[in-house]
Design a protein around this ligand. Sequence first.
Ligand SMILES: Nc1ncnc2c1ncn2[C@@H]1O[C@H](COP(=O)(O)OP(=O)(O)OP(=O)(O)O)[C@@H](O)[C@H]1O
Ligand SMILES: [Mg+2]
Length: 245
Amino acid sequence: MNSREPILRVQDLTTGYGDLVVVRDLSVDVFPGEIAVLLGRNGAGKTSSLRAISGLNPVLSGSVRLNDADLAKVPAPSRVRMGLSYVEEGKQVFHKLTVEQNLLMGGYSLPIGRREIEGDIERIFTLFPILKAKRRDRANSLSGGQQQMLAIGQALMARPKVLLLDEPSGGLAPVIVQEVFNTVNTLKENGLAVLLVEQAVEASLQIADSVTVLDVGHTVLTSRTDDRKELLDAVKEAYMGHSQS
Ligand SMILES: Nc1ncnc2c1ncn2[C@@H]1O[C@H](COP(=O)(O)OP(=O)(O)OP(=O)(O)O)[C@@H](O)[C@H]1O
Ligand SMILES: [Mg+2]
């Protein structure tokens, strides 16, 4: 599935901390039903970019548009209500709450009734059956992979149109990474737009529709192709051609 217009358009985004600029002139378009992957080594500026897109870090120049609306003056919580959900790095769930309570927290800002919320929770249980089996367990009793699934489920409770995912593979065994990525792929097939930040190059390229590589805040590759081998070769070259730090 591919629509002509990007739902999320990031243009020439520059962001940083105080006087320190850590990402310069990043441009990424994310389309409904597609996964845009943002790659780069440690410290490349991936998280800083997602934080700026979601309203948590300042946009020093450039723009972020959602469905053609300029988000410059829109605070982070309103961006969530407009359809932009951010799953932060490191599985941010409420450890003392149960799986079900965590999911409820994700939907709290929606102006919908209990029955609809319960319907949303059931849909998330269909995506992640293991969460259904553990619905009354505390989040801190879940494995790392299950917590990552819960963090994604919580973000989905806000009914996003665009999902920003920050290194969902972090700290997970390859087989679990595959499981998480398969679900992300299902979400895309259901029409969601996903901006996936990763260090797991090969696994993320398996589900990518487009790719951007950052190197110390600079874009060193932007590419979209259906040929995965070509994409992987281009990414490897981008990684090798630049700083080895
Ligand atoms: N709160 C902060 N204050 C100052 N500098 C920061 C802060 N957070 C990150 N940085 C710096 O910004 C740069 C980009 O960091 P960022 O966390 O965005 O990278 P990343 O690509 O997400 O890395 P990783 O793969 O390790 O998560 C780094 O040089 C980092 O040291
Ligand atoms: Mg990061």
